[in-house]
Design a protein around this ligand. Structure first.
Ligand SMILES: Nc1ncnc2c1ncn2[C@@H]1O[C@H](COP(=O)(O)OP(=O)(O)O)[C@@H](O)[C@H]1O
Ligand SMILES: [Mg+2]
Length: 365
């Protein structure tokens, strides 16, 4: 502990010295400052993990900015946990590079770990210890200053809604409370970057909702969060940006809005007419501009693409001109699910599949 402290102190001095030597005017200082603030929380280049012949993580490159919740969205087995394990130094990449908060991996993993919290699927807390004692134990383990251990533990218990249960044994907690306390414990040393591996998997809807609330409050405090999930709605709700992972490859990185925009052109409006319009399909199509009309039967049509208000205008005009009433009209808004389907070709049924027991993950390296 002392050694890392001294190391960091020397590093800090070295940084200062470099800054000093290079300062020849204000411009240089301004540039130095921009670089300091633009430090990505995570940077990877062609990061790759193999298990025998299996390419579990396939040359992935991405950047996570400080202060954002970056989502890693992919079905089971797509390489999410393998990626986290490499980023936190639990396994070695076969190829590629990564850095965490400016520290190169694997050489500087020890320094990086001081600023990183990790929550993998299994909790590292003790069933027989109380919630409070678990946090105090973790505080000592992480070298939290003695006079701060108690206040931090109490604050986390309050923040996570577990204060009332502070003296109860961890073993008696519900799954949701266990997950919450495990995250709290990962924050005891006040990390700047938190890895959460499928935090809500296996929780009931209410516990998952409450945990999502906690996670978004952590972002408000300026924490950078790398979160994996196979729930589309969770990624949509929590993440600033989402990387979509399919069989170890990143197929797309964008904001939730950007991903939805991809399918916006496929906005879909369905009209039901009061009677047969099959003789008038040419007339209708001519009015639609670039949008495509697909007839479900003689009186129902689906219109793909185009600008919805214009489509409505055109179809209402068609209905008036031909004296045919419209019985129903509905817009189907593109969801992240539609975007996901379009990008990956994977059905959401694949995404929703819960983990099976027989995956044989015991022998991780
Ligand atoms: N220790 C291991 N040995 C062999 N194969 C593994 C090991 N860990 C994971 N895998 C395989 O690598 C792939 C990616 O797994 P993982 O990273 O756990 O995916 P995810 O977290 O997205 O479910 C899967 O096919 C999985 O079976
Ligand atoms: Mg996993």
């Amino acid at each position: 502990m002392v050694r890392t402290f001294i190391q960091d102190y020397l590093n800090a001095l070295a940084t200062f010295k470099i800054a000093f030597i290079h300062i020849r005017g204000l411009e240089v200082m301004a540039i130095a400052e921009i670089h300091m603030h633009k430090n990505p929380a995570i940077l990877t280049e062609n990061l790759t993990k193999r298990y025998g012949d299996l390419l579990a993580v396939d040359h992935i490159s991405f950047q996570v900015n400080e202060g954002e919740i970056f989502g890693f969205l992919g079905p089971n087995g797509s390489g999410k946990t393998s990626t986290i394990r490499m980023l936190v130094g639990l396994s070695q990449p076969e190829e590629g590079r990564a850095s965490i908060l400016g520290y190169r991996l694997p050489a500087e993993i020890t320094q990086a770990k001081r600023y990183v919290g990790v929550v993998l699927d299994a909790s590292n807390l003790y069933d027989e210890l109380s919630a409070l004692d678990n946090l105090l134990f973790m505080a000592r383990l992480y070298g939290v200053p003695r006079d701060e251990q108690k206040s931090r533990a109490y604050q986390l218990l309050k923040d996570f809604g577990l204060y009332e249960r502070k003296d109860d044994r961890f073993g008696t907690f519900s799954r949701g409370m266990k997950r919450a306390l495990t995250i709290a414990a990962a924050l005891i040393h006040e990390p700047r970057l938190l890895f959460l591996d499928e935090p809500t998997t296996g929780l009931d809807a209410a516990a998952a909702r409450s945990l999502r609330g906690l996670i978004s409050r952590l972002r408000e405090k300026g924490l950078t969060i790398f979160l994996t999930t196979h729930y589309l709605e969770e990624a949509d709700l929590l993440c600033d940006r989402i990387a979509i992972l399919v069989r170890g490859k990143i197929v797309k990185i964008d904001t939730p809005a950007g991903l939805k925009r991809l399918v916006q052109t496929q906005s879909l409006i369905e009209f039901s007419f009061a009677r047969d319009v099959s003789a008038l399909t040419g007339d209708l199509r001519r009015r639609l501009g670039g949008a495509e009309a697909a007839f479900l039967d003689e009186s129902r049509v689906r219109i793909y693409g185009g600008d919805p208000p214009q489509i409505f205008d055109a179809v209402f005009q068609f209905s008036r001109d031909n004296g045919i009433g419209i019985e129903a009209a509905s817009t189907i808004r593109p969801s992240l699910e539609d975007a996901f389907l379009r990008i990956t070709g994977l059905s959401t049924v694949v995404m929703g599949t819960e983990k099976g027991g027989g995956k044989g993950k015991g022998g991780r390296q």
